[in-house]
Design a binder for this molecule. Structure first.
Ligand SMILES: Cc1ncc(COP(=O)(O)O)c(C=O)c1O
Length: 379
């Protein structure tokens, strides 16, 4: 049986990884500034993570949500402590799309409405309601297109107000910093107004922190910079450092009832252990401080390189915008300098999403390689 061919692949086969490095079958070392798409948060194969997962697997790896699993409660408590999001309740699932799917579904249950507002260039995943709220017609199948979603320009308060005033919107869903879309972030005034309008018109505010959460921006959640309180916060990616786990933080005004949401795998013992190891490591290694320090250093260094039009994003969720498509540059970095970077919907934007453990010396290696690659381009 061959594989269903949906992924254009780089011809590299990692077989081992350690912190910010991955190694292929020939032992070639690659600097990973992509983190497998913002997933690696505490570094590949972190010793605490490996030890805790091995131990948990030897004890019990999985049982369904029909029994007591104290690890889920532990995770909820640790998540409250590290995020400062008191009073929220936690529902666990397996991926970012599933987190958003549940968030939208919950908003619809709560409000008994069915329309969603999302923003231009948004990416929320590939499942039913999540993909309908994603601004990319190529990945929206006719079955998804029947969902009622209105797209508004990111930052357009007037358009948003006009739609919400009709009173039939269950949720406004937004990334705080658009990831796949190309690292745009709206103003604090915009987010605060969205929060206010949602309250005014009985709509729920969903913050998609799937990519920006778990410390990637230097705050535990990206929305915290804007001092807002979303009704639902979706999480995944960095949460499990590679173990598939996601979830939603739910404001207590939204009431639970048996059977309202559910999943077979979500919140299993291994998934909780992975997330607990991530939180413990972020705290012990003061990784949020590291994000701030390395981000400042990175931005300072890249600012000195001519040819970069804009530096976008914050923390270690960064984008370098050029005035040419970066596809070849990305290939040059990977094949000739052994550095993984990312792309986005904006063809001119190179994305930098390293592990939160990345150090200045790694940034230096990248700066050196980028400088050389850009010089080569001029020749
Ligand atoms: C902001 C955001 N939301 C949701 C998703 C979907 O997550 P997953 O691929 O785990 O379903 C992504 C994935 O890139 C994302 O960046």
């Amino acid at each position: 049986m061959s594989l269903f061919n949906v992924y254009p692949l780089f011809d590299i086969t990692p077989v081992k990884a350690k912190d910010v490095y991955v190694y292929d079958e020939n032992g070639t070392q690659y600097l990973d500034l992509y983190g497998g798409h913002a997933v690696i948060s505490i570094g590949h194969s972190h010793p605490t993570y490996v030890e805790k997962l091995q131990q948990q697997l030897a004890n019990i790896g999985f049982y369904s949500n029909s029994i007591q699993n104290p690890l889920q409660q532990q995770l909820a408590e640790k998540l409250t402590a590290i995020s400062g999001c008191k009073f929220y309740e936690l529902f666990l699932c397996n991926s970012g799309a599933e987190a958003n799917e549940n968030a939208i579904k919950l908003a619809s249950f709560h409000t008994q409405r069915h329309k969603v507002v999302a923003f231009k260039n948004a990416f929320h995943g590939r499942t039913s309601a999540a993909v309908a709220a994603t601004d990319n017609p190529k990945i929206v199948a006719p079955i998804n297109a029947q969902q009622a979603v209105e797209f508004v320009d990111f930052g357009d308060i007037e358009a948003l107000t006009n739609i919400l005033a009709k009173g039939d919107v269950c949720a406004v869903i937004t990334e705080i910093i658009q990831g796949v879309g190309g690292l745009d972030e709206a103003s604090t005034e915009f987010y605060k107004t969205v929060e206010k309008l949602c309250k005014q018109f009985g709509t729920l505010f969903i913050a998609d922190e799937v990519q920006s959460g778990f410390g990637r921006t230097g705050d535990f959640f990206a929305f915290q910079k804007h001092e807002i309180e979303p009704d639902i916060i979706s999480i995944a990616k960095g949460m499990g450092n590679g173990f598939p786990v996601g979830g939603i933080l739910i404001h207590p005004k939204i009431k639970a009832s048996f059977g309202l949401l559910g999943t077979t795998f979500g919140g299993n013992h291994l998934a909780c252990t992975a997330a607990l190891a991530v939180i413990e490591t972020i705290q012990q290694e003061k990784l949020l401080d590291n994000v701030e320090e390395i981000s400042t250093y990175f931005i300072d260094k890249v600012s000195q390189i001519s040819g970069i039009k804009t530096i976008k994003g914050r923390g270690l969720m960064l984008g370098l915008e050029f005035d040419f498509p970066i596809a070849e540059l990305r290939k040059e970095l990977i094949y000739n300098h052994q550095i993984f970077t990312g792309s986005s919907k904006n063809p001119n934007l190179l994305r930098i999403l390293p592990s939160l453990t990345v150090k200045k010396e790694h940034v230096d290696v990248f700066i050196n390689a980028l400088t050389k690659a850009l010089e080569l381009k001029k020749v």
